[in-house]
Design a protein around this ligand. Sequence first.
Ligand SMILES: NC(=O)c1ccc[n+]([C@@H]2O[C@H](COP(=O)([O-])OP(=O)(O)OC[C@H]3O[C@@H](n4cnc5c(N)ncnc54)[C@H](OP(=O)(O)O)[C@@H]3O)[C@@H](O)[C@H]2O)c1
Length: 386
Amino acid sequence: MKDIILLGASGSIGKQTIDIIKKDLSSFNLIGVSVFNNFLYLKQLLHEFSTIRYAFLKDDDIKNQLKIEYPNVNFYSLEDGFNNFIDHLKGDILVNALMGFSGLYPSIFAIKNNMILALANKESLVVGGEYINQLLKDSKSKIYPIDSEHSAIYKCLKQKNDNVKKIILTASGGAFRNLSRDQLKDVTKKDALNHPTWSMGKRITLDSDTMMNKCFEIIEAHYLFKMSYDKIGVILHDESMIHSMVEYLDNTYLAEINKPDMHNPIAYALYESNYPCDLYKNSDYHKFGNYHFHLLDEERFPLIKLAKDVIENKGIYGCVLNACDEECCFAFLNDEISFLQIEEIIFTVMSKIKNDEFILNYDLYEKYDYQARQLTRKIIKQIGVK
Ligand SMILES: NC(=O)c1ccc[n+]([C@@H]2O[C@H](COP(=O)([O-])OP(=O)(O)OC[C@H]3O[C@@H](n4cnc5c(N)ncnc54)[C@H](OP(=O)(O)O)[C@@H]3O)[C@@H](O)[C@H]2O)c1
């Protein structure tokens, strides 16, 4: 029986993690959860899981009401601080299903405390991959990636990890994959959130459209699998059935084929790779049909080029990129900027980085995250919607 802490329980990954825990209550004991705005979902979880001892939500007043209703649960809210809540947690597996920079501190905490880290929050590695790998050297912790591409690569490398030529990440291309750059000028928020193959949270859906998601995944793969930038490729794949591939020196490939459904990679991480084979029955092979692949055009999706800069420059590059992208996504979803301005602002901010900090610690990332957001907001205000 493993004690589980689930951060970001009310999100897309969080809710699918709950599905898996519910299927096997003799293996998983849910002891800690966090939501942010969605306190109704927290209430539902508290009602369903009497095992919960630690809970975080944003709102202070609702926290005080819940304290009366559930006296055995330790509640935390924004006034107590999210990182302070994290510092009080003890468990075997920490599932990090948070969105954005908020996931970095919990990932560092899990590794420092020798917990299994089931990691959906790719931003942890984009921002602090170098530091996280340093910490892993002195820790009994292990990372199981939940991102479907990285879960697929993890499985392939477990089968065969010698003579690897390249890792190949598949990309759907997002909602606008069939549009030219010219046609991107007028796309709307509603169009942007209509992903062709996956159902996910808003930021990752928008990041899929701009290809920032794949840029982040290259960085994530670099830190997870210790592969240099030139050994990580990306190919567009329309159906999202091939989750990623490993190419070997003898010109053979290993790949994972599965439906675009996150339950499988989440279960693989929760069961630390030994999951019951009949957990998610999939007898749809007769429906497979044709798979389509296209080469990635970097002029059509220019943000992907930033992965190279982040991997080669290290330091605070990934931190600034994530902060800027996060602010641009909020601004687009808030109708403050147009779709193409996301790229424009990100390139402007990245061109202003002075990467002269090489001491890696959480406080430093927090400082640069703050500064990059300030700069991004300033530029957003200056340019306005075109
Ligand atoms: N969704 C997918 O299929 C998928 C696939 C691969 C990787 N991922 C990665 O998994 C992570 C989560 O993605 P998602 O799609 O599940 O996101 P999501 O649906 O937006 O959920 C995000 C979760 O984080 C909470 N949250 C947001 N801001 C927070 C903050 N400042 N402090 C504390 N909690 C905060 C949200 O709480 P409230 O909702 O209560 O406000 C929610 O529980 C991301 O890193 C994403 O890239 C997702």
